[in-house]
Design a protein around this ligand. Sequence first.
Ligand SMILES: [Zn+2]
Length: 111
Amino acid sequence: MGRSYRTYLSRKFFVCNSCNTHVALFAHLRSKDYYGAFGAAALFEQLFNGIALGKEKEEMRTGRYVVRRILCCHCHSNIGWRYERAYEPSQKIKENLYILELERVSIRCEE
Ligand SMILES: [Zn+2]
């Protein structure tokens, strides 16, 4: 009998640096290969405890998008954005996904 290991992905999560509000689950991380307004960023399926601002058109390196800024619901720190619409066919996969600014959050692990 070998040793068995269990992984509790749902217990790894991200918190807002300013107020410790829980904002994302590690299990929802799709890719860390992104850049946000403040540096390193990551693509997530879902964010929590965010306030979505109005739609804005954004010109990015990969094309034009309609996005909504996401603020932490508690301290209003700018933690990322949601892709509402991608104009480039190759970027459509990002629609309805979220960018989390990794400079504005910290990872936590509860045992
Ligand atoms: Zn906050």
